[in-house]
Design a protein around this ligand. Structure first.
Ligand code: ZN
Length: 715
């Protein structure tokens, strides 16, 4: 940062302190503390927010590559800890020893039909003109897939589009045999672990996944890619994990504490979550070189690349690749940084905010835009406290490690603290990549929908001060699109899918092409992601405001009627899928109807308590009634979980939200029913359709349990 900026920020800070002093003395004059909503408005005001501070945090966090288990990432943890501590937040590091993999060696060569000579690829991402990180570029890990299988594969190349199940169905129809070949797939539609898994299922012996300009490019003229435009450079490679599980693979279901039990490598293999064929991520330029060696049928139009790409053909061959990868597994120490602001009235109720810190490379977008927002948010909370604010419930700030490998830091922590969390957490609010451009998007468990809408109506759109974040989120439609948390995309997974905590996740931006490449650095953020860092500030505002309302409001701002309409929608979709198969959905529809009644009932109970209180707060007397009602609102989400979990995937306890079996990014409703339908469609036996019916019953029972919890009466 330039020193003139520092001066400006100091002046700005002075004005803010003055303002705070005025606010504080004004409240003294009134002889009673201002209402909580006063502080919430103050929290999102320009008096407290600080874009320069957010930028400084991001710059510091992304000075070096900091993959999980590295010394640089331990240093970043120490930095986060120091900021929490400087904000008077009681903070500590929760460490785990977890199994991570790092690349030892890898190579890729291509034998082409004559006259083209064989090629050995360098597999290097090139530094760019003026790259300020050239001095630490050699600290970026060689391009690889986390948890990839070590081994060699030599085979003819088959192009498989995005590597989805339906792409293989198409190849089969075209009469193409993938067996014994090395597949060339492109990124962009499904989780890379599933690309490798689907390739294995189709009989391939290795997988190469390239970044296609069609999906990650777009510039024209001289400014075709970073640093001239936001797009992925030709040598850019998207690295990432190919692990299909959640948490440390050697401690399934329990925490990786010191000296803990671990399963053997053979047992890890048996789980089926680790790929069984070697794979490598490659650049657009290498992908195209390989593509030029592939002949055979011309691929369909929607399988082709952009206008400058060669013609994509299916193969097999005649190009033959030789892929070799060797990785090493180590038990690495990871650090979650946990900061706690204890609540004054209900210290045993937690509102948890989480973001991961580990990055495949520099991590300016993924994830440290979120970390910068978290730290700026922490600073604002400290300013609020200086102004007299105290939270009713406890606020916990979590900075996770090893998310990139498989949501490991958050999962181990949730597994270790499972019962405490299951009985005390009001909500979990996740932000991974906070900012990669303009435009807000959010996902949540549905009882939080209303709260998200209200909070975004209070925060100014960082790209258009004449409207709110809500206005830009809604756009021209009537209500915003709220995603759901069925995917395995980030650290909310253990909270929602394992223990049933109401959760939300949000970000600003619409995809970013340099994702998981060496070019996800501070320069990219400054030029394209958020030049003024006002989007970081808005992210912290929405995140913090939602947290403050959950932490401070007497009644938890949950609305289960949104859940009802969401479940109704999903159940109606289901109807078409099982029509004519003798499946009855009556128990499910009945259970959802009961839930609607319970949601309305608890709402009127709440109103009755408020009315009986009159205009003078008699909190003490009403305390136990309010608290009992809040407990029902909090625990209702837990009732969507089932002890046994999904069939064959017992870690996933939530019967409404879990990843789909063939795409970890997918967000299905009723994953157990969906899996059973898929199986029944394959087998088409009476027994397999009975399993579908059983899964419908299971979901119906879970939904009924939710009603019972909301009603709060024994049967
Ligand atoms: Zn991330």
């Amino acid at each position: 940062m330039a020193s003139s900026k520092k001066l400006k920020s100091m002046v700005k800070m002075g004005i803010k302190i003055l303002l705070l002093a005025v606010v504080t003395s004004f409240s003294f004059l009134l002889f009673s503390p201002p209402p909580k909503s006063f502080y919430h408005t103050l929290f999102i005001s320009t008096a407290l927010s600080d874009n320069v501070s957010a930028a400084q945090h991001l710059w510091t966090l992304t000075r070096r590559p900091h993959v999980a288990g590295s010394e640089a990432n331990a240093e970043a943890a120490a930095y986060v800890l120091s900021i929490f501590t400087s904000c008077n937040i009681k903070a500590h590091i929760a460490s785990y020893g977890v199994s991570l993999t790092y690349p030892v060696s890898r190579s890729l060569s291509l034998n082409r039909p004559p006259p083209d000579p064989p090629i050995t690829f360098s597999l290097r991402q090139e530094i760019y003109d003026g790259d300020p990180y050239a001095d630490v570029a050699d600290q970026v890990l060689p391009t690889f897939h986390g948890y990839a299988k070590s081994g060699t594969a030599t085979g003819s190349v088959v192009y498989v589009n995005y590597g989805r199940v339906e792409d293989y169905v198409m190849l089969k129809e075209m009469g193409v045999n993938v067996s014994g070949s090395v597949v060339l797939a492109r990124y962009g539609k499904i989780y890379r672990g599933d690309i490798v898994h689907n390739a294995f299922e189709a009989g391939a012996i290795g997988a190469l996944i390239f970044t296609d300009r069609k999906d990650y490019g777009g510039g024209s003229g001289d400014a075709r890619w970073f640093p001239d435009d936001k797009w992925m450079p030709p040598s850019g490679v998207q690295v990432g994990s190919v692990y299909d599980g959640v948490g440390d693979p050697t401690t399934p279901g329990w925490a990786s504490t010191e000296g803990c039990e671990r399963i053997s490598d053979e047992e890890v293999d048996k789980t089926g979550y680790i790929p069984r064929i070697p794979s490598l991520p490659i650049s657009a330029q290498d992908g195209h070189t390989i593509m030029r060696s592939v002949e055979g049928q011309v691929a369909n139009q929607d399988w082709q690349g952009d206008k400058d790409a060669p013609v994509y053909r299916i193969g097999p061959g005649p190009g033959v690749v030789n892929l070799s990868y060797k990785g090493e597994s180590v038990i690495a120490t990871i650090q979650n940084v946990i900061g706690v602001i204890t609540g004054t009235e209900e210290p045993d109720r937690f509102v948890i905010l989480g973001n991961h810190r580990d990055a495949w490379t520099f991590g300016a977008v993924d994830p440290n835009s979120g970390t910068a927002a978290l730290l700026e948010l922490a600073e604002r909370l400290e300013k609020l406290r200086k102004g007299g604010w105290k939270p009713r419930r406890t606020i916990v700030l979590c900075n996770w490690d090893a998310e990139e490998y498989g949501l490991i830091g958050s999962t181990e922590w949730v597994e270790e603290n499972r019962e405490m969390l299951a009985s005390r957490v009001v909500a979990y609010l996740n932000v991974d990549s906070a900012v990669y451009g303009a435009g807000f998007s959010a996902s949540a468990t549905p009882q939080l929908d209303e709260l998200l809408k209200q909070a975004t109506q209070q925060v100014k759109d960082p790209d258009n001060s004449s409207q709110t974040v809500y206005d830009s989120w809604v756009g021209s439609s009537n209500s915003p699109v709220i995603g759901r948390l069925g995917g395995g995309g980030s650290d909310y997974s253990a909270f929602v899918q394992h223990i049933g905590v109401p959760s939300a996740d949000f970000s600003f931006g619409e995809g970013y092409p340099v994702y998981h490449s060496m070019y996800d650095d501070f320069v990219w953020m400054k030029k394209f992601g958020d030049p003024l860092f006002q989007r970081h500030v808005a992210a912290a505002s929405v995140w913090g405001l939602v947290a403050l309302r959950l932490a401070d409001e007497e009644f938890l701002p949950f609305n289960y009627l949104s859940y009802v309409s969401e479940l109704q929608k999903s159940a109606k979709d289901l109807k078409d899928k099982v029509s004519g198969m003798g499946i009855t959905l009556i128990p499910l529809f009945k259970a959802i109807e009961e839930l609607a009644k319970a949601a309305i009932k608890i709402d009127s109970e709440k109103k009755a308590i408020i009315e009986s209180k009159g205009w003078v707060s008699i909190w003490k007397k009403e305390h136990s009634r309010v608290r009992e009602l809040n407990d029902r609102l909090m625990m209702a989400e837990r009732a969507f979980t089932d002890r046994d979990g999904l069939a064959g995937r017992p870690w996933y306890k939530h019967l409404i939200y879990a990843p789909s079996k063939h795409n970890d990014y997918g967000s299905n409703s009723f994953p157990g029913i969906e899996d059973a339908i898929e199986e029944a469609k394959n087998l088409n036996t009476a027994e397999s359709w009975l399993t579908v019916q059983h899964e419908v019953w299971r979901v119906s029972r879970a939904v009924r349990h939710v009603s019972l919890v909301l009603n709060g009466e024994l049967t």
